[in-house]
Ligand binder design. Structure first.
Ligand code: AHR
Length: 520
């Protein structure tokens, strides 16, 4: 056991709101995510609601997922939404050229997706086809989704069984236009995006939050180009009426794009390199925010990280285009690193989406026939719901170097702690990123006494631990007994014993500060 790390948290000084939308998800027509993962069809023997897997919905509802991005990813830029409406057997087929070159039957389309969102009680985040679609398609899709009168697209929607418009806020203007979304330069994209965004109208009281497709990793020049061209409204009291958010994508890999590393069999060095690369998200959030600050100092526009997560070599024997991978405690710790960074950039970051929800990349869940396996990543999302729409509490480390170690020549934090408060309820989550050494953290909680402290812990036999069909609960949350409270010179001292490669979630009630009576 190493010496305790020490931090101060002023629980009566709430910071910015951590939007629940930082805990968003992503479902693409890719491999077994939409088909098999969500959609089994109305004739399936797997229990379903209107063709949508009931067990997946039930499990995802526990995550309180705030938004779901669809239909891609790269798939979005070859998707023609009108092919996905009307009687299923009559829908045209297409080739999913990006993902396995398989034939897509369009059975899961707009109505099925919006029904899924209703079942999940989540908001849709729809990505338009800018790479190979037309401005008219974008315009009509928005009309179809959100317009309420007898306009042509509203009438078509009614004809297909839905008379009321849906509410859609988040609307992506393409995806990765620098690559699979059209191989455009930033200047080319900006021109096209402004056209699509213009004709993606607000109908009635539906207000879109349009997200311009942004950079890969640290391509700050791309963000700069987007910011330079989103002048309308900036500097006035109204937000931009072209696009309201700018995205970027960042994936964590241990190796190279050619050999990303194995999902479950990895060395300690590969573990630490993964953690180092996960921490890079913080540098990227800082870099993109700084570019945006120069044009938009009052933060009218949002930064959107609408694809993040781990990306490993596909599981042996699976279709390389399906991006199926297992998911260990290491993946859960990568998520913890991201959550802490997201909270710290909550003033600028408005939306984030892990890739992807079922059976693809850093999935929340894996399916094998009728069986559903929850991954360690699922559990850290579930254990973090207390942070949704709560106000961040800053965690100030007393000796920052003590919680770092050198990895590949860089200093990398070995512990993450983040805290928030909502209606006098404290949520505190902590991760020990070290796969071999337990760590003790002392948190000096100043400003209000705590009552009713409870906690859960996620930890496996090893950082490589993961859940399978045979051992679905190898990594599952249990009650946490590693916390103790005592009085310190400045308030309550909460001591946490964190086993190697673990994630802990704690909640407590904060006693409101007693009123000071007036002596006058
Ligand atoms: O999430 C998988 C793919 O990664 C997405 O389709 C694409 O946007 C990104 O390159």
């Amino acid at each position: 056991m190493s010496t305790p790390l020490s931090a101060v948290v002023d629980v009566d000084v709430p910071g910015p709101t951590i939007s629940r939308h930082l805990y968003g998800h992503f479902a693409e027509h890719l491999g077994r995510c939409v088909y098999e993962g969500f959609w089994v069809g109305e004739d399936s023997e797997i229990p379903h609601v209107d063709g949508i897997r009931a067990d997946v919905v039930e499990a995802l509802r526990k995550l309180q997922i705030p938004n779901l991005r669809w239909p891609g990813g790269c798939f979005a830029d070859e998707y023609h939404w009108m092919d996905g409406i009307g009687p299923r057997e009559q829908r045209p087929r297409m080739v999913n050229t990006h993902w396995g070159d398989v034939v897509e039957n369009n059975h899961f389309g707009t109505h099925e997706f919006m029904r899924l969102c209703e079942l999940l009680d989540t908001e849709p985040y729809i990505s338009a086809n800018v790479g190979s679609g037309t401005v008219r398609e974008t315009s009509e899709w928005v009309e179809y989704l959100t317009r309420g009168d007898d306009a042509p697209m509203s009438a078509l929607r009614s004809q297909h069984g839905r008379s009321d418009p849906w509410k859609v806020t988040f609307f992506g203007i393409g995806n990765e236009p620098w690559g699979c979304g059209g191989n455009m330069t930033a200047e080319q994209y900006v021109a096209v995006a402004r056209q699509h965004a213009t004709y993606a109208r607000n109908h009635g009281d539906n207000q879109l939050y349009r997200v311009a497709a942004g950079a890969s990793d640290g391509d700050y020049a791309w963000t700069e180009t987007l910011m330079r061209h989103v002048t309308t409204g900036l500097g006035d009291t109204e937000p931009s009426d072209i696009y309201q958010g700018i995205s970027f994508h960042y994936y964590t890999i241990a190796g190279t794009w050619a050999d990303k590393g194995h999902a479950t069999e990895f060395t300690r060095n590969e573990h630490w390199t993964t953690i180092r690369k996960a921490h890079q998200v913080r540098e990227l959030l800082a870099g993109h925010s700084a570019v945006m600050d120069a044009y938009d100092p009052t933060r009218k526009l949002g930064l959107v990280l609408d694809e993040w997560g781990t990306w490993w070599n596909v599981e042996d024997g699976t279709n390389p285009g399906f991006l199926y991978q297992q998911n260990t405690m290491r993946d859960a710790l990568v998520a913890a690193v991201h959550f802490e960074a997201f909270h710290d950039y909550a003033e600028r970051l408005r939306l984030a989406n892990i890739a992807q929800t079922v059976n693809v990349l850093q999935a929340m869940m894996l399916t094998e026939g009728a069986q559903l396996i929850l991954t360690p990543s699922y559990h850290v999302f579930e254990m973090s719901t207390g942070h949704h729409d709560a106000q961040r509490l800053d965690v100030r480390w007393r000796s920052d170097t003590a919680r770092t170690r050198e990895v590949d020549g860089e200093q990398v934090a070995t512990v993450c702690v983040t805290a928030s408060t909502k209606e006098n309820r404290l949520t505190l989550t902590a991760a020990n990123l070290d796969p071999d050494t337990a760590q003790t953290v002392e948190l000096h909680l100043r400003g209000a006494p705590l009552t009713g402290l409870t906690g859960r812990i996620l930890v496996g036999d090893d950082v490589t631990a993961h859940n399978t069909a045979e051992t679905p609960d190898a990594v599952t949350p249990t009650a946490y007994d590693g916390a103790s409270l005592h009085s310190g010179p400045y308030g309550t001292v909460l001591t946490l014993r964190l086993p190697a490669a673990s994630y802990v979630s704690l909640t407590a009630e904060l006693d409101p500060t007693p009123e000071v009576s007036s002596t006058r």
